[in-house]
Design a protein around this ligand. Structure first.
Ligand code: GTR
Length: 399
């Protein structure tokens, strides 16, 4: 009887919680609260930033620290050792079109090490080092199958190779397993002090850190043009791609696909997934300080347009999908729009329209690019085709 009552009680609590979660999320534009974004071009001592020199010297470092302290956590820069080894390779994979290398990247610090397994294909038709796409893979490893027995739309490697790019991927679990009980069993072991710091690194930071270690490898590989690497990620991987590109200026392009809350979408709109929700469902993604902003997005000293601004003058492409209101398509577009001023300091003019473009209407020939694809929360061949066009344009490979 007691057990029965307990089961009933927990069921009622579950139903209530679910209803609450649902209520918590707003999907109506008319219910978006009035908000004022923090001014990306106003320094902490209230000076207006008027040129790129002042941006780079004063404001950019300030904004980077605000994101570290309040959201993503510190990014450890040093380690004792890094080693690269090619575990296996196939010079004529994809029917002779590509050279595959399985690269092991081993990083050690404080007597601990982490092993990043990189899957890499380079185009055999290349006569020069190839520009590359790197994916932070947050889905199953089968999506980046090195044997190409499984071909996934999430990582259409053949398409990218045909376009003349190298394509690479690593899996987030190599850096930090994606759950609150195990995320510390990876990079965090190399930096144990991070765990107790309120602004310590967490899973998203660890995945971004991994992307930088792959870049450390790219600069040593003569088949790769490390000056032309586009970092991509979907959803939680897209949050990590933005943070990694903000931190590591060696990434020439950043692509963030359906990244939503604490990715490319503005927090202050409180549309779709909110800060409390993300911190509750995924307490291991962001630092401890971020929890202070549960239900208080308006108190954040930053908003996500400032994360995009940190990537300037490098091109950023953000996307959404029409059925993915959880990731706030309009808030993503507005985030890009509000980063335009910083790109302007570099003399770069965004071609984004004043209001979000229609569905399947990519705006590509712009340092700040955007599309809202018809369909679900996903990364598809349609998305990748636009990413290739974007890279072609910015890397001067356009026809
Ligand atoms: C959702 C989460 C989003 C997004 C997504 C994903 O459950 O609420 O922030 O990251 O997962 O990664 O697919």
């Amino acid at each position: 009887m007691k057990a029965y009552l307990l089961t009933c009680l927990s069921l009622i609590i579950c139903i209530q919680l679910h209803a609450q979660n649902h209520e918590e999320s707003n999907y109506e534009e008319s219910k978006v609260p009035a908000y004022t974004l923090p001014d990306v071009l106003k320094s902490s001592d209230n000076k207006t930033i008027k040129n790129k020199k002042a941006w780079e010297k004063i404001r950019r470092p300030e904004v980077l620290t605000l994101f570290e302290d309040n959201i993503y956590g510190q990014v450890p820069k040093s380690f004792e050792d890094i080693r690269f080894s090619v575990l296996s390779e196939d010079k004529s994979s994809m029917n002779g079109k590509a050279h595959r290398k399985d690269v092991l990247i081993e990083v050690s610090n404080q007597n601990k090490s982490v092993r990043i397994n990189l899957v890499l294909f380079t185009p055999n038709k290349a006569i020069k080092p190839s520009p590359a796409f790197l994916l932070i893979n947050n889905r199953g490893k089968e999506n980046t199958d090195p044997s190409r027995k499984i071909i996934s739309e999430f990582w259409p490697a053949e398409l990218v190779i045909d376009a003349g790019y190298a394509i690479a991927a690593f899996h987030v679990s190599d850096l930090a397993p994606d759950n609150k009980a195990e995320f510390m069993n990876g990079v965090m072991q190399l930096y144990p002090e991070q765990l107790s710091a309120d602004n310590g690194m967490r899973a998203i930071g660890a995945w971004g850190w991994g992307a930088s270690r792959v870049m450390d490898y790219f600069v040593t590989d003569p088949q790769i043009n490390a000056k032309k690497v586009a970092l991509t990620g979907h959803s939680r991987g897209g949050k990590a791609s933005l943070w990694a590109a903000a931190q590591d200026q060696r990434f020439a392009i950043c692509i963030t696909n359906c990244s939503g809350s604490t990715g490319a979408a503005l927090a202050r709109r409180q549309f779709g997934e909110r800060v409390r929700r993300i911190n509750t469902s995924f307490p291991h993604w962001f630092n401890t300080n971020y929890k202070k902003f549960n239900d208080h997005e308006e108190l954040l000293p930053v908003d996500q347009h400032m994360l995009i601004s940190l990537i300037a003058p490098r091109p950023v492409y953000a996307t959404n999908a029409s059925e993915d209101l959880w990731a706030d398509p309009k808030g993503t577009f507005l985030s890009l729009k509000n980063a335009e001023d910083v790109y302007g300091l570099y003399g770069l003019k965004s071609k984004l329209p004043e209001v979000p473009p229609g569905l399947n209407y990519p705006v590509i020939e712009s340092p700040l690019a955007y599309h809202n694809r018809e369909g679900k929360h996903d990364m598809t061949v349609y998305d990748w085709k636009q990413f290739i066009r974007f890279a072609d344009y910015h890397f001067g490979r356009g026809k």
